[in-house]
Every structure is written in C-alpha cells, then in structure tokens.
Design a protein around this ligand. Sequence first.
Ligand SMILES: Cc1cc2nc3c(=O)[nH]c(=O)nc-3n(C[C@H](O)[C@H](O)[C@H](O)COP(=O)(O)OP(=O)(O)OC[C@H]3O[C@@H](n4cnc5c(N)ncnc54)[C@H](O)[C@@H]3O)c2cc1C
Length: 416
Amino acid sequence: MDMTKNQDVIVIGAGIIGISIALKLQSEGRQVLVLDRKGVAAETSSGNAGAFAFADVIPLATPGIMRKAPKWLIDPLGPLSLRPAYALKILPWMLRFWRASWQDKYQAALAAQASLMDFSKAALERQIQAVNGEAMIRREGQLQLYEGEAEFNASLAGWQTRQQHGVIYEFLLSPDAIAKVQPGIHPRFTHAAFTPEWKNVCDPAEWTKHLAEEFEKLGGRIAIASIDSIELNSDRVTLKSDAADYETSQVVLAAGAWSKTLARSIGDSLPLDTERGYNTTLPAGAFNLKTHITFSNHGFVVTKIGEGIRVGGAVELGGLNLEPNYQRANVLLEKAANFLPGLKVNGGKQWMGFRPSMPDSLPVISYSSRSQRVIYAFGHGHLGLTQSAGTAELVAALANTQAPDIDLTPFSATRF
Ligand SMILES: Cc1cc2nc3c(=O)[nH]c(=O)nc-3n(C[C@H](O)[C@H](O)[C@H](O)COP(=O)(O)OP(=O)(O)OC[C@H]3O[C@@H](n4cnc5c(N)ncnc54)[C@H](O)[C@@H]3O)c2cc1C
C-alpha cells in the first residue's frame, strides 16, 4: 500500500507522546501511520528519568521565581543555566515565563496542571493494562530530600499546595527515619517528604518501544520520514517531507521540542523552546536504590534504570543547535557521590535531552488555530512521560470530535 496517499491519521513524532497517541487512536478503530525522522524513542523520550511524577503539579513559573533566578544563573554549572550564545533568542520565552509567574496566571496554570495530572494518573493505569505492561512499572514512591530545618520549612507551602491538589505524602523528620526508606543517604539530609503514589518505568526507552511494538502488532505502521512542513488543502492535509509528500485526513503534531517550525508552517506562532537536561547512567551495582530520590534544591534526581542507576536533571537554556556541555553531567554526578557516599561513579554513559517547554509549564493539547484536521500534542516539558497516557486519551477525543474529559482551554494553541 502506498503510504503517501489517503491516510486516515498521521502522527508526526515517535516519542512517548506520539506513540501513546497512535496506540490510543488505533484502539478506537483509526488507521494510524507514525512518521519520525529517526525512529522510535530516538530523542527526549529515550533517556529521561523514567518517572511518572504525579506529585509535580506545581508549574515552574512560581510567584517570586524571577527574584531567585539570577542567583541560580550566576553559577554556569548550577541547576539552571543560560548559554550566552542563546540569551537573546530565549528572551521572548523568558518574558512569557515571567508573566506566567504572576499570581493570576500561576493559579490558573496550577489548577490546569493538577487536572491534567489527575486525569493522566488514571489514564496511565488504563494504558498499562491495555499493553500488558505491569512488569515494566516500579511502584516504589519518591523521596524528596532537604538539608536542614530551614530548607524543609521553606518547602512546606509547596507541600500544602500539593495536598490541596490531591497529592499524598508523608514527612520524615530525621536521618534515621529517612534511612528506613532509603539507607545510604548522607546525614546532612535531615528532612524528607515521601510520595508513595509516584511510579517509575523500568526504562523509558524500553517502555516507548514496548508501546510501539504493541501498536505494530495490531497493524499500526511506523516509517522514517523527516517532515518539512504541513499544508492545508480543502479536505486533506499534505505533509511535505525530504523524500515524498504524504496526504492524510488528519494529522497529530507530536514532534516534541521540534514542533515549533512545523506549527509555524500553517501559521501558528507558539512560544515553544527547550530546557535541555543532562544525565549519567551508571552500570548495575552502582547503588542499592529502593525508591526514586529527588534532590530538589540541587535540581537533580537519582533513579533506577534497568539494572543501573541514572543521575541527572538540571535545566540549560541553550536551544536545539548548540553542542552539549557534558561538564553539567559531571557536576551532577559529583554531587550525587557526595550525597550518596556508597555510589560507584565509574563506567557511566552521559546523555543530553531536549525537554519541549512552554513558558507556563503546560503542554499544548489543542486543534491548530487554522483547522481541526491538525491537532497539536507537544510542549510537555519535564512531564512528557508522566502525562503521555492522559494526553493520548485527550487527543483521541479531539480527533474523534468528542468532548474531552477535562477542560482543554488552558492547553489551547492560542492561549498566548
Ligand atoms: C534529563 C531529563 C529528564 C526527564 N525526566 C522525566 C521524567 O522522569 N518524567 C517525565 O514525565 N518526563 C521527563 N522528562 C521530560 C520528557 O522526557 C519529555 O517531556 C518527553 O520525552 C517528550 O516526549 P515527546 O514525544 O513530546 O518528544 P520526543 O521524545 O523528543 O520525541 C519527538 C520525536 O519527534 C521526532 N521529530 C522531530 N522533528 C521531526 C520532523 N520534522 N519530522 C519527523 N519527526 C520529527 C524526533 O525524531 C523525536 O523522535 C525529562 C527530560 C529530560 C531532558
């Protein structure tokens, strides 16, 4: 069959968002073709921390953050950094981020994020069941650690906010109490919050591949093509690619951090940028990890991936084209070795990924402004894996012109 003609739905992007959407559309009887320029889980969805981070309902643009940000930015290897060569280019995004941190916008984004998280948590359970995936899920919770009472007290308002939005947690108020959940943490960490509903996937690349295999088993098709632009015709959509043009009735744009230029090709100008992140994956035996650990004030996490341990996080504002600075991954590993004195740091593999980020921390889950034949599903920032199953169900509702289960106004392509 000629894949370039008369397609029912084409999904652009075979990351966790695109593949989850493809599976869901297929389960509703749609004929789906996924196009990706590199293949399944070739970018950000391959090397992330593997967390279903349902406790992380608070948007990054919190009130007062712009007063703290310059202090973080001064340290070029701190948890947040700005590559000088990209400073001017990111300015419009930063201005929108600043606006998103005002009380009115922040409260609205928080409510929207919490509703998407709640929906995604339930959708994930449906997805796990549908793909027979329970063996790939770790239900071991998460430990957020604080150095001293002052740091812990400063976090309390955030925990109250999470509680108001349904997040369950328990405080641990001494190194001994922490050691009962996770032995081997330096006693400088005196306080912690444990979130039992947090889950992890054994390996985000393997998880995405598993979903893709299920999709293909049921007749779904995945092909390599690099899409250059989207064109709207009266009753079809044409995707121009490096090799051929594809014709389809509907298209879902799920190309992660690279979605911006494709949306622009049909006239939507969206403030999508990237928050680059770094990590190192250590081999089996590096540490006996019992739960996912978050060093929130240092901007990184330690998590189990397969038999190994992944140490990473951080945010670097540097766009899609600058070379990685792996010194950032080294710094996180050094810190982790101090905080977990038994961590074996040799033999690691470094990685950098491109979080697709909107200034208000909310993804775009929306029809394009020009046509309902083009649906957007990108911009999930730090939470793409977490929100993938929920996004898939919401996009399926849009694709089938059904009412979505949550209000999608805050996720609209025209909100800026
Ligand atoms: C260090 C780090 C840790 C993270 N940890 C977590 C975590 O623990 N939990 C969580 O929920 N999220 C986490 N994230 C975020 C998460 O990884 C992303 O939100 C998610 O992977 C985005 O998925 P995606 O499918 O939108 O994009 P991607 O996985 O980047 O996929 C986009 C796909 O589109 C394809 N593509 C791009 N342009 C074109 C084109 N023109 N034509 C055809 N194909 C194209 C690419 O090849 C790619 O395969 C983390 C991110 C980083 C960097």
